[in-house]
Design a protein around this ligand. Sequence first.
Ligand code: NAD
Length: 289
Amino acid sequence: MKIGFIGLGNMGLPMAENLHSAGHEVIGFDIKENIKSNLSILNKIKNVVRDKQVIFTMLPSGDEVKEVYQQIMPLVTKGSIVVDCSTIDVESAHYAGNLAKKSKLLTLDAPVSGGVIGAQEGTLTFMVGGDEEGFMTVKPLFDVMGKKTVYCGSSGSGQAAKICNNMILGISMIGVCEAFVLADKIGLDRRKMFEVSSSSSGQCWSLSTYCPAPGVGPKAPSDNQYEPGFAAELMLKDLLLAQGAAEQVNAHTPLGKHASIIYQDLLKNGGLGKDFSFVLPFFKNKKRT
Ligand code: NAD
């Protein structure tokens, strides 16, 4: 297929390269210059979107997505499908979807889970909202970049799935870190706590697969001085998106709200640039309040 790819950062570049390696004709664009890649990267956005069957965007936030959609809508060839893979607020996803609809284009919001390694290895999970007809056409491309794709429903549903999932993740990571801090203080060996909880009712991904305690469980960012992984600031971004959505629809999410406060505190106190599992050393040094 002929593909335009806008936003060649940590995630977008390896995703675009995987599509290229699978034999698709991919042209990339980013406002950043001198990106090293075997992709063809042009410096005018209009040449990247013209005559393409599918156009992907992978941008930092809703503001950039709205800006790029406003810019490209008059330039996109009729019949193209526009797919945003960024993690953005549900409102911006609706805005982008409506802009595309006005231009009579099919559109999808398709945020991902799996991080930079998932993007590099082509093992991402895609959560997709928008036109089902467009989804069927783009599905083979999701299959190149990922290992699992779920069609979640109408426009904005992919973003809704992403923020709900990451709210669970943020809360569960904090819960696991609290349990390790308590185990330490009581004098319970971390390995024993892991052995018990990873095969008991406390089992969850944050404990069993991504253990925040170094030297315990499978290899994770905690074993590498908490180098991300999934950065604490990105976790805060997703928790705040979830809180924004909860406010709009009047949903009661007390733990999600508290998790966002804890990550704000973490980022102000040494957590910037660290993995989101850095909550464990952060809590370990705190006194009970
Ligand atoms: P990044 O900052 O590395 O990449 C974003 C790219 O967009 C940059 O290269 C930037 O120059 C480019 N850009 C910004 N404005 C632009 C514009 N107007 N036109 C063209 N290019 C523009 O970010 P990333 O880590 O690749 O993340 C991208 C998205 O994926 C974010 O929404 C993030 O929340 C989400 N995400 C990231 C991860 C992760 O682990 N990094 C995991 C899941 C989802």
